[in-house]
Design a protein around this ligand. Structure first.
Ligand code: S3P
Length: 432
């Protein structure tokens, strides 16, 4: 895919797809609840389709329409032994959440993924589950996983790695454990699982003590289904927001965006950089904060972000590093270790692709330094993505300033935003 320079900025209102994290949970949680759930605006992308297929494979009745799906759940223990191995493609969220859920079920299952997902760490979810007495056999800490039934026991677990995927996998496992499981979160991560489970009637209590979040779940309580409106994805809208900020003449509105405070570090960062962002129609939907965001082209300043903000915006560093490359002063983003174990080693790919574009940047330990300049000499216009959707979309945005850039293996964009190219060009972008 080629991304090229635009001269007049982007204008209008892009159609941003449904939130990926909430979409996964909107299948998993209703599938183990009682009753009928209509899910509106679910993300129609490869990652989410893998979660959907997994539950069909386990006998859950799911009716699909264009924008809606209907899930008919029959309770915590209604899943059937899958007829096949469960294949999850590129989706880390499906893999971690399903490992937790399946560890508490009464049948054997096998989880597999594509080449990239098969290199990602699964010990981080299998190890704490093993403490709960789960029986999980990994391939040296990676997929494929074999899960066999066992009686899980209530356990107190201190979550060492800041990860909503791990936390959510453990919460799903604990729903089926008689007694109280306690998870201690040392750093805040996205809380979509807790929000949805609470509204479905789970016995889940959350307290903050000494800056730590204590999540207590008493398992065995049946969940009751509710309809869900999936808000649009802030992470997907970020590619449009930053294109508008760094290209003169831009004015866009991204609508119905999930602005959950455990997830909106990007907004805090961009405000710090002096971005012209305006928030409209703030409201709650299914207990998630939603708003519309109006964006005008802006003269951005660089900024320093500490590790505490990394967990609130972990997926946004590829695109934020593009914004920082066009700011008026240097930036440093600290504590980006987790970026190394995403769909690719994102920290390394940000570095080498920015350097190929002529940007003066470096990594010391896990901190990224970007020293922007007024003009760039592109050394190599081929962008390596290692099939990572967010790297592909971030460097498409880079192409609007320094193109033509050739984005390799860009079909990965289908994992989260299949309509990205069309929407981008509809608003004035140039991607071929
Ligand atoms: C996600 C959590 C994050 C994020 C991923 C989606 C989720 O991963 O990077 O895109 O839906 O829970 P970690 O929990 O591993 O940080």
């Amino acid at each position: 895919m080629i991304s090229n320079i635009i001269s007049k900025g982007i204008n209008g209102s892009p159609n941003i797809p449904g939130d990926k994290s909430i979409s996964h949970r909107s299948i998993i949680i209703p599938a183990i609840s009682n009753g009928v759930c209509e899910v509106n605006n679910i993300l129609n992308s490869e990652d989410v389709l893998h979660t959907l297929e997994a539950f069909k494979n386990m006998g859950v009745k799911i009716i699909e329409d264009k924008k809606n799906i209907i899930i008919i759940g029959n309770g915590l223990n209604s899943l059937k032994k899958p007829t096949n191995e469960i294949y999850l493609g590129n989706s880390g969220t499906s893999a971690r959440l399903l490992t937790g859920l399946l560890a508490s079920q009464k049948f054997n299952s096998i989880l597999k993924g594509d080449k990239s997902l098969s290199t990602r760490p699964m010990g981080r979810i299998a190890d704490p589950l093993t403490k709960m007495n789960a029986k999980i056999y990994t391939n040296n800490g990676k997929l494929p996983l074999k899960i066999t039934p066992s009686n899980l026991v209530p356990t107190k677990i201190d979550l060492k790695i800041p990860s909503a995927q791990i936390k959510s996998g453990l919460i799903l496992a604990s729903l089926n454990i008689k007694g109280e499981t306690e998870l201690i979160e040392n750093k805040i991560t996205r809380d979509h699982t807790e929000i949805m489970l609470k509204s479905f009637g789970a016995d889940i209590k959350i307290n903050k003590l000494d800056n730590k979040k204590h999540i207590k779940i008493i398992g065995g309580k049946e969940l009751k289904s509710k309809n869900i409106d999936v808000p649009n994805d802030l992470s997907s809208s970020a590619f449009f927001i930053i294109t508008a900020l760094i290209n003169q003449g831009s004015h866009i509105i991204v609508k119905n965006i999930n602005n959950n405070p455990t997830r909106n570090g990007l907004i805090i960062a961009l405000k710090k950089m002096g971005a012209n962002l305006f928030f409209h129609n703030k409201r709650l939907s299914n207990n998630e904060e939603i708003c519309d965001i109006e964006v005008f082209s802006s003269n951005l300043n660089g900024c320093e972000l500490g590790p505490e903000i990394a967990d609130l915006m972990i997926d946004e560093y590829p695109i934020l590093s593009i914004a920082a490359s066009f700011a008026q002063s240097p930036s440093v983003f600290r504590g980006l270790k987790e970026l190394r174990v995403k769909e690719s080693d994102r920290l390394n790919l940000i570095l080498i692709n920015l350097q190929n574009c002529g940007v003066d940047c470096k990594i010391i330990n896990d901190d990224l330094y970007i020293n922007p300049s007024k003009k760039y000499d592109v050394k190599n216009n081929i962008i390596r993505t290692d099939f990572d959707h967010r790297i592909a979309m971030a460097f498409s945005v880079m192409g609007t300033k320094l193109g033509p850039l050739e984005i390799r293996d860009s079909e990965s964009i289908n994992t989260s935003f299949p309509t990205f190219k069309n929407e981008f060009n509809r608003l004035g972008g140039q991607i071929f």
